[in-house]
Design a protein around this ligand. Structure first.
Ligand code: 4F9
Length: 259
């Protein structure tokens, strides 16, 4: 996989030597090429932006700068050009999975006031935001996307199974995790996890993941109830029912539960 990042601050991308991106680029032959807009300013001053028509604060990247910068980058047949903007739908895990199948992702980073809309309309394939905070530029969103994509590339994650259990891949938030010691500052690990009963552990984790999702992301929980619960095994449907009826937890399930 090849990433190209267009930016006024190529140094932002030095952190990709660390962690999963480091493994992808250094050890696994994936590539990151950073490109400054500066050589494409088209004037001796090196200015790549201009003030917005209609007035207002900030500067807007000129469309011909992006066009010329993109033209200097070799393109794979299935390359995707992505621009980051707070005024765009959020990047979802499903988007990350789709991007991980491409041969090339071109990341267009602009400052907050952004990019001339004609360049967005004619040169950009897809726009994403990351979260609802406004940032000073698109570099951190580009790093965010690369981290999320690189950990899905074969051989990047130590444990291949972990990508499939990711929050959002399952439609649920992750369950809580515990490690040694079994009692820490008076706080014990939940007994199910030390029971050695694999099915009890699986159901405990599922129920915790469901309870957390209901509490923190009611939107995801509603979708999970509607789309996924009907397809689950009976034991898992029972766990979902318990999450919806916490007052019934611990009571015998006989006769009270109608799936
Ligand atoms: C992009 C913020 C995506 C959040 C781009 C300034 C941005 C952003 N998500 N902020 N430029």
């Amino acid at each position: 996989m090849r990433f190209d990042a267009l930016t006024l601050f190529p140094e932002f991308f030095e952190v990709t030597r660390l962690g999963v991106t480091g493994r992808a680029f250094r050890d696994l032959g994936h590539e990151l090429h950073t490109h400054s807009y500066r050589p494409f300013a088209g004037n001796a001053t090196g200015r790549v932006d201009a003030s917005p028509f209609g007035g207002g604060p900030g500067m807007v990247l000129r469309p011909e700068v992006l066009k010329d910068a993109l033209a200097s980058i070799p393109r794979a047949a299935n390359a995707r050009v992505i621009h980051f903007s707070p005024a765009a739908p959020p990047l979802r895990h499903a988007d990350v999975v789709e991007l991980a199948r491409l041969d090339q992702v071109i990341l267009v980073c602009t400052r907050y006031e952004g990019l001339d809309q004609r360049a967005v309309d004619t040169l950009v394939d897809q726009e994403f935001s990351i979260g609802e905070a406004v940032l000073s530029g698109g570099e951190l969103p580009a790093l965010f996307l690369m981290d999320a994509v690189c950990r899905l590339l074969p051989g990047v994650l130590g444990n291949e199974a972990s990508a499939e259990e990711d929050s959002f891949a399952t439609g649920l938030l992750d369950h809580p995790h515990y490690t040694r010691p079994e009692v820490w500052e008076g706080l014990a690990v939940p007994p199910a996890l030390t029971s050695g009963d694999h099915e009890a552990i699986r159901l405990w984790r599922l129920r915790e993941a469901m309870a957390r999702t209901k509490r923190l992301r009611p939107d995801l929980w509603e979708a999970f109830l509607k789309d996924q619960v009907p397809t689950l095994a009976k034991a898992d449907q029972w766990a979902a029912w318990q999450v919806e009826h916490p007052e019934e937890w611990g009571k015998p399930k006989a006769r009270r539960w109608e799936p």
